[in-house]
Design a binder for this molecule. Structure first.
Ligand code: HEC
Length: 442
């Protein structure tokens, strides 16, 4: 039935957006619960999933720039590769040029935070009072989509070779010069964050206004979202303690030039977590002083990340880009969550927070080696999120067939040999709706 409802208009749009590359690779036929299905029941995201077998020789202009001294130039060189892929936001749609070389990860289209059908956006943390701007109330939605370049997509190709049974082997890492970027959008507007006046806007199928936490995808409605932040992550061996450089941009109005890239202002960069640094004398983060008073150093938000570590406006000020990503492993660590710490912590609380959460984990090493069977996922939280959702789908019956091997590495999921069956052989009840899941990036 659903097939008759594929409109040629929607097929044509998909082709214009992504050209012949729109072919959906890496999807598992046993999975029926995708949150990215459009009105015709198909998943037709305008992005590439046909992961390349070889990385080719895409330029990596950043590789010769010193990210410690010239951090803005470094980020700009990565952003230039996004610009040259023809990223545009026009008429309520984000798109890239046909044949461009950025890919999205599979298996993020499940749970309440799962990808929506128009742009493959996933739901992220709810901003808290003061996060985005002075006087901003608690609440609002952040939705995002992340991409990997060819080096990164090559890794996705091996991981999802069998999309019903992904594998990430111990010791595997992303190749040098892997780059990833992520577009973050918000349903808040200039009435909450004045610097968003005139920001590029897309329409997407998201939660209704005021629905801030975890909501069932069945209630999603088409609503506008504004570009807020562009995140960047690069595998760079010159970051000797972590292997990664993370940095971010904010969209700051009023619109100028192309209204997209010409409005992106670098917020900060980090190549390490400054472990053992309990005050604000950080060496491994850079922050743009021009944004003091707007994004930080103002009432409601003193810092971007903890004690001044690099982080974005959408992020929790007690965390940092690198520290959150360093926790990526499968099975995930319960200690991976940033926890809570008040605005005026005692020195002992600061010390405990920095010691647990701001370690320098070398890419490919485990954040928490006490987790049985754990494999490090080399800073990729898309992979960790994908694996969580894959196993959730198996547990809840949205994925059928044999239980993916990696899901069996997490005994807490209590999965038997086949999806929806416990090790004791009881069949789990079919889900009424996708069960509550914490949003990523808390
Ligand atoms: C508290 C946790 C947290 C913090 C802080 C955080 N991220 Fe992420 N990030 C995530 C999660 C979870 C995902 C995967 C889900 C998604 O993409 O929506 C992700 C995905 C990404 C991706 C896509 C590739 C990947 O590694 O999965 C990039 C790039 C990225 N983040 C960059 C950044 C940058 C830059 C910052 C700081 C400005 C940052 N992140 C801060 C949790 C975090």
């Amino acid at each position: 039935m659903a097939r008759h409802r594929i409109s040629w208009a929607s097929v044509a749009v998909a082709c214009v957006l992504a050209g012949p590359a729109a072919a959906q690779g890496a999807t598992c036929a046993n999975f029926t619960g995708s949150t990215a299905k459009d009105a015709s029941g198909q998943v037709n995201l305008p992005w590439r999933t046909d992961f390349p077998a070889t990385a080719g020789s895409d330029p990596a202009m950043w590789a010769t720039i010193d990210f410690k001294d010239k951090w803005r130039e470094y980020l700009a060189a990565v952003l230039a590769t996004v610009k040259s892929a023809g990223l545009k936001i026009e008429n309520g749609k984000a798109s890239m040029a046909p044949g461009q070389r950025w890919w999205i990860a599979p298996w993020m289209d499940y749970t309440n935070a799962g990808r929506e059908p128009t742009h493959g956006l996933t739901k992220e943390r709810t901003p808290r009072a003061g996060d985005l701007a002075q006087g901003a109330p608690n609440g609002g939605q952040i939705w995002a989509v992340g991409f990997y370049n060819a080096k990164g997509a090559q890794r996705l190709r091996t991981v999802f070779k069998n999309p019903c049974n992904p594998k990430f082997t111990k010791g595997q890492v992303f190749a040098e010069r892997t780059a990833s970027f992520k577009l973050l959008f918000t349903d808040l507007d200039q009435s909450v964050a004045p610097y968003l006046a005139g920001a590029p806007t897309i329409n997407a199928l998201i939660d209704p206004a005021g629905a801030d936490g975890s909501q069932p995808p069945s209630g999603r409605v088409m609503r506008p979202l504004r570009l807020l932040q562009v995140d960047i992550a690069v595998r760079d061996k010159r970051a000797t303690d972590t292997g990664w450089v993370f940095g971010t941009y904010v969209w700051r109005g009023p619109p100028q030039g192309d209204g997209l890239f010409d409005n992106l202002v670098p917020v900060g960069l980090s190549y390490g977590n400054d472990p053992g640094v309990f005050d604000t004398n950080l060496r491994e983060s850079r922050i743009n002083p021009d944004l003091a008073g707007l994004l930080y150093a103002r009432p409601g938000r003193a810092v971007m990340g903890f004690n001044g570590r690099a982080n974005g406006p959408a992020d929790n000020k007690i965390s940092g880009c690198l520290s959150c990503h360093a926790t990526s492993q499968w099975p995930a660590s319960l200690k991976g969550s940033v926890g809570t710490i008040g605005d005026n912590p005692t020195p002992a609380q600061v010390q405990a927070h920095v010691t647990t959460y701001f370690k320098n984990v070398k890419g490919g090493s485990l954040f928490d080696a006490t987790v049985a069977n754990a494999v490090a996922l080399d800073y990729s939280l898309q992979l960790q999120t994908a694996f969580v959702r894959l196993c959730r789908a198996c547990q809840q019956g949205a994925l059928t067939g044999s239980t993916p091997q990696l899901c069996r590495l997490a005994p807490s999921l209590n999965l038997g040999a086949n999806c929806r069956v416990t090790p004791a052989g009881d069949v789990r009840a079919a889900p009424q709706a996708i069960s509550a899941e914490p949003l990523p990036r808390q």
